[in-house]
Design a protein around this ligand. Structure first.
Ligand SMILES: CC(C)(COP(=O)(O)OP(=O)(O)OC[C@H]1O[C@@H](n2cnc3c(N)ncnc32)[C@H](O)[C@@H]1OP(=O)(O)O)[C@@H](O)C(=O)NCCC(=O)NCCS
Length: 175
């Protein structure tokens, strides 16, 4: 399996109605082994939450007609960026893109498509930073993000039933 022929398409808030079921279907396959977890079952709520943001930005990969994975996020609300409390002093430029989700269906993993999805989403962003969170129990995924230029700046648990996350930051404007 290679990803060279996977076509990446960009979507916005206005497309949510058209792509919502695609996101749910990819998630059901990508998280098939964890569907018994209440937090994982709440994914449709998160899709509506993030997709409801005016600045929602999403990239979906297609192998022919078949969706293989996606990533999405939105600009962070000023003052509520996930890095607040971890960066001292607070940087002069604070505009931040929150990368909320990245997932690839098992059949298309280890093909490079995850990196292409991520790079396509962040490449056009005007913000200074991208921030994401990753389950601290998944150090290999953290290492993957480090290889893409992120660094861990702290840990947080945003919901009582969510995992403990590593907060990871990337400078989007660094050359
Ligand atoms: C994260 C993801 C997009 C990366 O895809 P990829 O670039 O093709 O890379 P891989 O799937 O090979 O993952 C990289 C490493 O992390 C490990 N890994 C991936 N998902 C994992 C998980 N949920 N729990 C623990 N380890 C995981 C893989 O086993 C791999 O390690 P290995 O090289 O020793 O086999 C894909 O693994 C995925 O969709 N995972 C499920 C959803 C998810 O956890 N998303 C990230 C949320 S922060």
């Amino acid at each position: 399996m290679t990803a060279a022929h996977v076509v990446l398409r960009h979507y916005t808030h206005d497309d949510l109605g058209a792509i919502r079921q695609v996101l749910l279907d990819v998630h059901a396959d990508a998280y098939a082994d964890r569907m018994d977890e209440p937090f994982v079952q709440r994914f449709p709520w998160f899709v509506d939450h993030w997709g409801g943001k005016p600045g929602f930005s999403c990239v979906i990969g297609y192998d022919g007609d078949e969706p293989v994975g996606f990533t999405y996020g939105a600009p962070a609300d000023p003052g509520r960026e996930w890095w607040r409390g971890y960066l001292q002093p607070v940087p002069a430029e604070t505009a931040t893109f929150s990368l909320s989700e990245l997932m690839v269906r098992p059949k298309w993993r280890k093909t490079g498509v995850s990196q292409r999805l991520h790079q396509t989403l962040v490449a056009s962003r005007p913000e200074t930073f991208a921030v994401l969170t990753v389950d601290t129990k998944r150090p290999k995924i953290q290492a993957l993000y480090e290889s893409w230029g992120y660094r861990k700046i702290g840990e947080q648990q945003p919901f009582p039933d969510s995992p403990l996350y590593a907060v990871m930051l990337r400078d989007l404007q660094a050359t």
